[in-house]
Design a protein around this ligand. Structure first.
Ligand code: GLY
Ligand code: MN
Ligand code: MN
Length: 456
């Protein structure tokens, strides 16, 4: 948690950005998994965390724009709670830690909101993913969600990371570094994907809050978010590891490395790997303030098409192939996403506000329809850089059958890659006034570095 001043300043800034009314922040609640007391791991709502900092369930807070008051609604624990939880601070004590001087029991919230409504004041809230939170909004009669004003203000503020936020992300990167070095160390023939997941997620728990998303550890790297980790590692295959951590403050990291199970890339693997590496490096070479991140997406996918042309899988003019959308066959996802208190930062607030704006709008153009973060970069933004090349048999077959981009794709050559898997290389990038810098220590990434990390 940051100092109370940080949260107070954030709320005051927010107040200045809203035209009036009350901004309502519904914190997360415990969610039973299979018994009332056996819950899923508690994760606070990130917008609540950003403005009110408290990482515990059953809190609802308001920023009153007109009166200048901030209030936290929550119930002090009773003795029958405390025998299960042990001594806990009161709501007033918790509120003081984040600079809030007014607290009230939850039972007073409906009447508070009714009074605001009766005066014709707007209640601003965002649309939550969590069903319990959505139900709470309905119960409170807050139906006009999302408030576009609150969404825009939250996105504007959370998009630009302060120095203390960047420091927390560096901590998350340090943990991510250790997780991936462990994966390099464990990756060998006969090892089980599941055991690697267990080992690296253990590091995330030991050193921070835990993982920033469910780890992807798979020899089927061509499946973008592969949740299956039952495979036994085999020489000749590639293992894709996409994993990251949250620091105790919940700020995130997100890295991907791809390694040869045998410890040595084949020439064929090396050729594809070096294309992805060139795309990753190029994005760091060109990214700077005011550049639309869509341009970086296009530059990376152009490198991928050019590289695949060298390997005979693409033909014709590379720029024409790019415009026709041929890169989607190899990389059917965006170059990166915003990062912060969520791995896919502010996803809950809506891609059209986080990745796009009035100037750069979502486009279904074939060259960039997969792009989710397209708008201009600004100092303080943190984005992932995650180009990849994937050989997805079902997609190759579909394009072949339908003749999609057939003037640019050599489907006969691609037949020889159907058992290749996929390669993704992901680093985290902070935009600085001068350009950018990588967050954390860079994991081994060249062919030589990866092979050396696996020999350790
Ligand atoms: N870990 C999912 C992603 O890289 O976006
Ligand atoms: Mn990732
Ligand atoms: Mn990512």
């Amino acid at each position: 948690m940051f100092s109370s001043q940080t949260y107070k300043q954030r709320r005051d800034t927010l107040r200045g950005m809203l035209s009036g009314g009350v901004a309502l922040f519904v914190g997360a609640v415990e969610a039973p998994a299979n018994a009332l007391s056996n819950t899923y791991r508690f994760r606070q709502n990130s917008n609540f965390l950003y403005y009110f900092g408290l990482d515990m369930p059953d809190l609802i807070a308001v920023v009153d724009v007109d009166s200048g008051e901030d209030i936290i609604f929550g119930n002090d624990l009773t003795i029958s709670d405390l025998i299960w939880t042990g001594p806990q601070p009161t709501i007033a004590e918790l509120a003081a830690r984040v600079g809030v001087g007014i607290t009230k029991p939850l039972s007073e919230l409906p009447a508070y909101l009714e009074r605001a409504r009766a005066c014709g004041r707007k209640i601003h809230a965002t649309q939550p993913y969590r069903a319990e939170t959505a139900a709470t909004l309905v119960a409170l009669n807050v139906c006009d969600v999302p408030s576009e004003e609150l969404v825009r203000a939250s996105v504007a503020m959370r998009s630009i990371k302060s120095a203390e936020e960047v420091a927390e992300m560096e901590k998350a990167c340090d943990i991510g570094y250790k997780m991936h070095m462990k994966a390099f160390e464990m990756c060998r023939e006969g090892e089980n994907e599941r055991r690697i997941v267990g080992a690296i997620e253990g590091i995330a728990m030991q050193e921070g809050w835990g993982v920033s998303f469910l780890s992807i550890v798979s020899q089927h790297g061509e499946t973008l978010h592969n949740r299956n980790c039952d495979g036994v590692l085999q020489n000749g295959r590639l293992l894709l590891v996409d994993a990251g951590a949250e620091a105790l403050s919940n700020y995130t990291s997100d890295f991907t490395r791809t390694m040869p199970v045998s410890g040595k890339f084949t020439d064929k693997q090396k050729d594809v790997y070096n294309i992805v590496l060139a795309a990753n490096n190029h994005v760091f070479d060109i990214s700077r303030p005011n550049m639309p991140y869509r341009d970086a997406h296009l530059a990376a996918t152009r490198i991928i098409l050019d590289g695949m042309k060298q390997l005979g899988a693409v033909r014709g003019n590379v720029d024409d192939a790019l415009q026709a959308g041929a890169a989607y066959l190899f990389m059917p996802h965006g170059l990166g996403h915003m990062m912060g208190l969520d791995d896919h930062d502010m996803d809950e607030l809506g891609e059209m506000y986080v990745g796009y704006d009035a100037e750069i709008q979502r486009s279904e153009h074939p060259s960039c329809k997969a792009c989710r973060m397209a708008r201009r970069l600004q100092p303080g933004m943190v984005v992932s850089v995650e180009p990849g090349i994937y050989f997805i048999p079902a997609l190759i077959d579909k394009w072949r059958a339908e003749g999609t981009c057939k003037e640019f794709i050599n489907f006969d050559v691609l037949e020889g890659y159907k058992d290749f898997g996929g390669i993704r290389l992901e680093d985290d990038m902070l935009i600085t006034p001068e350009g950018n810098r990588m967050l954390g220590r860079r994991l081994p990434i060249t062919v030589e570095e990866v092979e050396a990390a696996m020999r350790r």
